[in-house]
Write a protein that binds this ligand. Structure first.
Ligand code: GLV
Ligand code: MN
Ligand code: MN
Length: 412
C-alpha cells in the first residue's frame, strides 16, 4: 500500500518554493511581487495534481477546493501563508500550505470524499513586509479587510491598489475574497513552532491553545537637519538620537513584564548622510502579549515615554498605529479533536501558546480556529537557519490527515 503522506515530497516542495525569491542566495517573497505570482503558480499546480480545483482570489490568495460527497458542501479550510519576511526561513507559512495539499492528495489517491468540502489556502500576505499592515490575505477572506488599506504605500511609494492592478487584480473587487460564515466549518493551520518548547520536550507535534495579540506602529520623529561640523551639540534637534532614546525606553518597558515583547525591527535616518545631523528618523514598533490588557498598558506606557522624550528634545513625534489584533483563543472543540488523533497515534498530547502571529488570528473573525505546531531546530525562525525534520513533518501531516478524516463539524 502506498504511504498515506509523503513527507519527503513536502520537503522537496518547500525547497522548490524557496527558489521563488527576490534575492539571490536568500529567501524574500513579498505580497504582489513576481515571486508571489511564481509561488502561486507552483502551488496551484500541486493543488491540481492533488485533486483540488485551484483559483486565485480577489486579494491574490491561491485557493484550492476539494469537493465532498456532493458539490457545494460547507468546507473545512486548511492552509497558511506564502509570503515571507526578508532573508526568511523556508518553513514559516509554506509548510502549512504544502502539508495541507499533501493530506488532500492522500484522500484523492484513495478516492475518499468526505461529508464536507476541504479548501486549502496559500495566503498572499501574512507577514506584512510590503505595506507594514499584516494579515491582508486572511483578513480579506474573513471579511475584515479595511479598504482604507488600499491607499497604503510601500517603500517605493506604490499604493496597494496599484500593486493589485499590476498583479492583475481589481481593488474594487477585494470584498469578493470574503467568505460566508455558513459556508465554512473551521480553519486549521499547521505551522512550525518558531520557539523552543516542542524540541525541548522531544515531541513531534503540539496543539496551540492561543495566539498572542499584537500591535504594530510606524513612528516618525522630526527634528532638524544640520551641518555635523558646525551645529553645537546643545543646539541640535537630532531625530536619530531621540529615536535611540525612544527605542531603549521601549525595551525597558517591555523587559519589565512577563508575557510581553517589544521590538523595533526597522529604522531609517534621513537624509542619511555621514556629515548631516539626522532631520528625521523613522522606525517600527511591534508589541505582543497573550494578555490584551498587558499589551494595552504597554502601548500606553510606550506612547507616554515617546511623548516625554520628544518634548524634552524639542522634536516632533508622529505615531501611526498600523495594526492591532486581539489575542486569539483556539476553539476547545477543535483542540479536543486534534488531541484525540494525537493520543490515538500513541503520542503525548502537549498544549502550548503561540508567540508568533498567524493567519488563524484573522480567520477567527470568520470561523473557529485551531493550530498544530511541529518543532523547528533551536526554535529559530524569521532567519535563514530555520529548519524542520522530515520525520516531524511526516507526523504533522499524518496527524492533520487523521484529523481531517475524523473531523466532526460542530452542530450549528
Ligand atoms: C509573523 O510571523 C509574525 O508573528 O509577525
Ligand atoms: Mn513569520
Ligand atoms: Mn507564519
Amino acid at each position: 500500500m502506498s504511504r498515506a503522506v509523503d513527507a519527503r515530497r513536502v520537503m522537496e516542495r518547500i525547497d522548490a518554493l524557496a527558489s521563488c525569491s527576490a534575492e539571490d542566495g536568500a529567501l524574500t517573497r513579498i505580497f504582489l511581487s513576481p515571486q508571489h505570482r511564481a509561488a502561486n503558480k507552483l502551488v496551484a499546480g500541486w493543488m491540481h495534481e492533488a485533486g483540488l480545483e485551484p483559483r486565485v482570489d480577489a486579494i491574490g490568495n491561491v485557493v484550492g477546493r476539494y469537493e465532498g460527497m456532493q458539490a457545494g458542501l460547507p468546507c473545512l479550510i486548511l492552509g497558511s501563508h506564502l509570503d515571507t519576511v526578508r532573508d526568511a526561513g523556508r518553513f514559516d507559512g509554506m509548510l502549512g500550505v504544502v502539508a495541507a495539499i499533501e493530506c488532500v492528495a492522500a484522500l484523492h489517491r484513495a478516492g475518499e470524499r468526505l461529508p464536507f468540502a476541504i479548501e486549502v489556502i496559500g495566503f498572499a500576505d501574512e507577514e506584512g513586509v510590503r505595506f507594514q499592515s499584516t494579515l491582508l490575505g486572511s483578513r480579506a477572506v474573513a471579511g475584515t479587510f479595511d479598504t482604507e488599506l488600499l491607499k497604503a504605500v510601500d517603500a517605493d511609494g506604490i499604493a496597494l491598489a496599484d500593486a493589485m492592478r499590476s498583479f492583475g487584480l481589481d481593488p474594487a473587487r477585494v470584498h469578493e475574497a470574503a467568505r460566508r460564515r455558513e459556508d465554512v466549518l473551521a480553519y486549521v493551520e499547521l505551522h512550525i513552532e518558531q520557539g523552543p518548547v516542542l524540541e525541548r520536550e522531544g515531541l513531534p507535534v503540539g496543539i496551540v491553545t492561543a495566539i498572542n495579540g499584537a500591535a504594530r506602529y510606524a513612528v516618525e520623529i522630526i527634528g532638524e537637519a544640520g551641518h555635523a561640523g558646525t551645529v553645537p551639540m546643545p543646539n541640535r534637534r537630532d531625530a536619530l538620537t531621540a529615536a535611540a532614546e525612544a527605542i531603549l525606553a521601549i525595551e525597558r518597558i517591555c523587559r519589565g513584564q512577563r508575557d510581553l515583547t517589544g521590538t523595533v525591527g526597522r529604522i531609517r535616518a534621513l537624509p542619511g548622510a555621514l556629515n548631516v545631523i539626522p532631520g528625521a528618523a523613522q522606525f517600527s514598533i511591534d508589541v505582543r502579549s497573550p494578555d490584551d490588557a498587558i499589551r494595552a498598558a504597554a502601548e500606553s506606557a510606550i506612547e507616554d515615554a515617546l511623548d516625554g522624550i520628544c518634548a524634552v528634545r524639542g522634536v516632533q513625534l508622529r505615531l501611526n498605529r498600523l495594526h492591532a489584533s486581539r489575542a486569539t483563543a483556539c476553539a476547545d472543540w477543535l483542540m479536543e479533536q486534534l488531541a484525540a488523533v494525537i493520543a490515538a497515534r500513541g503520542l503525548k498530547v502537549w498544549r502550548l501558546s503561540s508567540g508568533a502571529g498567524h493567519d488563524a488570528t484573522a480567520m477567527r473573525d470568520l470561523t473557529d480556529v485551531a493550530m498544530l505546531f511541529i518543532p523547528c531546530a533551536g526554535g529559530i525562525s524569521h532567519n535563514p537557519r530555520e529548519s524542520a525534520e522530515v520525520a516531524d513533518i511526516g507526523v504533522g501531516c499524518e496527524v492533520l490527515l487523521d484529523f481531517i478524516r475524523g473531523f466532526k463539524p460542530r452542530n450549528r
